[in-house]
Design a protein around this ligand. Structure first.
Ligand SMILES: Cc1cc2nc3c(=O)[nH]c(=O)nc-3n(C[C@H](O)[C@H](O)[C@H](O)COP(=O)(O)OP(=O)(O)OC[C@H]3O[C@@H](n4cnc5c(N)ncnc54)[C@H](O)[C@@H]3O)c2cc1C
Length: 421
């Protein structure tokens, strides 16, 4: 989409077109608001392939050893997520004066939120679930954002809900999207935000756009940097969390199955440990084996089963003066991981798995860099009038969930507030 008059004035400028940005763009444009979306990534077709992922993925360091993965493209990180959809922690938000009940009700009508039907649970996931239940684990189905009515046993990627569909709706409503536009800071006038500065592609020539409301939805690690560049002090002053995660994969000789929506089941253990089904469909399994330097396992994909161990680590870390993130996992975090790995090993072995190996430890998604009631108020406005934040940065650490469904609700909540005001 071309955007020739770069100094036009908008009702709202939305920075980032991911889960939150796309939702807000759709909601505001539906009410005939003039919306500009500035998106750092491109707008190429989304494809689940090595090249398709390589074009949009971006990693950012969060500990001395771990990097966080995100996607730069129209629709943001939903372009490569698993579509697991925990329910929002309604009570936690209510306690902060934020009522998401109405938003959740609407979201449930608009999005394909449901547990996977039994018929779509693959043999690998079934075997894993049986083993976990035999050992006494509360292994339950999870909600997912998948259009099961369109599933044809091949199109795992296509049937996942992606935020890009909301951007497309916003564009049909008249919103303007500029791709390859990296926002560096908000333009402030006294105590008020009046616009943003951005550059296109790698060229550092600065452009300016002006609007009534400026909404930062660039993701939990990008938004704090924009705030910091804009002169906001003490960003990320409480640190953040990354839910460190590790996979365990094993081979079961008498199994042969290929039907799996990864993450469709799991169990919560004591001590903030969660076990999740990690039975991928073939493409993601192949990618995982290449990354884990086990390419010879690819041929026997139907015999492999896997579990992800995810733990809640202590909140901490910082955004340094140089604009880099840093946090250190504690001994206690590693103890939780060890306990989770032992449980996962038991379940895999009981399912008949042998030759079990561990994948590398990864960041399970850096979130919670900004606190509601401290850096932003209950309408997500910063200390500057008309400057708002709505993305993974504002998710509280007390009640951690897989974020997408909660983020869509938070974006709807902010949109309601902006429309009313
Ligand atoms: C492999 C993987 C699997 C996942 N699986 C799940 C899952 O099953 N369930 C779940 O709920 N969550 C999952 N997640 C996490 C989930 O996708 C993200 O938490 C969620 O998409 C975050 O939404 P957001 O709006 O905060 O940011 P994003 O969706 O990341 O969107 C931010 C957007 O802002 C753009 N941007 C960044 N910086 C700038 C800038 N300076 N200027 C302009 N634009 C900018 C980016 O390009 C991006 O489009 C997964 C994540 C990964 C990586």
């Amino acid at each position: 989409m071309k955007y020739s008059n770069r100094e036009e004035h908008f009702d709202a400028i939305i920075v980032g077109s991911g889960t939150c940005g796309a939702t807000i763009a759709k909601e505001l444009s539906k009410q005939n608001k003039r919306v500009l979306i500035l998106e750092r990534g491109g707008n190429g077709p989304l494809k689940e392939s090595l090249m398709g992922y390589a074009k949009i993925s971006n990693e950012i360091r969060v500990t001395n050893k771990l990097k966080d993965l995100r996607a730069f493209t129209t629709g943001g990180t939903t372009a490569m997520y698993f579509a697991v959809a925990d329910s929002p922690p309604i009570k936690t938000f209510q306690d902060m004066g934020i009522d998401l009940t109405e938003d959740l009700e609407q979201v449930r009508k608009e999005l394909p939120v449901a547990e996977i039907s039994d018929a779509l649970i693959g043999g690998q996931a079934k075997r894993l679930g049986e083993s976990a239940r035999q050992l006494g684990y509360d292994w339950e189905k999870k909600l997912m954002l998948i259009d099961q009515s369109k599933f044809n046993h091949k199109n795992y990627y296509e049937v996942k809900w992606k935020a890009r569909v909301f951007v497309e709706e916003a564009l049909r409503n008249g919103a303007v999207l500029v791709n390859q536009a990296t926002v560096s800071k908000a333009i402030l006038d006294n105590k008020k935000a009046i616009g943003v500065e951005y550059y296109i592609g790698k060229k550092k020539k600065v452009f300016k756009a002006y609007g009534e409301k400026i909404i930062l939805a660039a993701g939990s690690l990008a938004t704090p940097i924009i705030l910091k560049n804009s002169g906001v002090k003490n960003v990320v002053n409480h640190g953040f969390y990354i839910n460190p995660s590790i996979g365990l994969i094993g081979k079961v000789s008498d199994l042969s199955s290929e039907e799996n929506f990864c993450g469709c089941m799991g169990a919560k253990l004591d001590d903030d440990i969660e076990l999740m089904d990690a039975n991928f469909h073939r493409f993601l399994f192949n990618m995982g084996m290449i990354v884990s330097a086990k390419p010879f396992r690819i041929a026997s994909y139907p015999k492999h089963i896997g579990i992800t161990v995810k733990v809640k680590e202590a909140v901490g870390g910082e955004l340094t003066e140089k604009g880099k993130y840093y946090k250190k996992l504690t001994e206690d975090d590693h103890k939780k991981l060890k306990k989770g790995i032992e449980a996962a090993n038991r379940i895999l072995k009981n399912a008949g798995a042998r030759k079990i190996f561990k994948t590398s430890l990864i960041s399970g998604g850096a979130l919670g860099t900004i606190r509601i009631k401290e850096q932003i108020d209950e309408n997500f406005q910063t200390q500057y009038n008309n400057l708002y934040v709505c993305d993974g940065s504002i998710l509280p650490d007390s009640d951690r969930v897989t974020p997408t469904l909660t983020l869509v609700c938070l974006a709807k909540y902010l949109s309601r507030h902006l429309i009313a005001s």
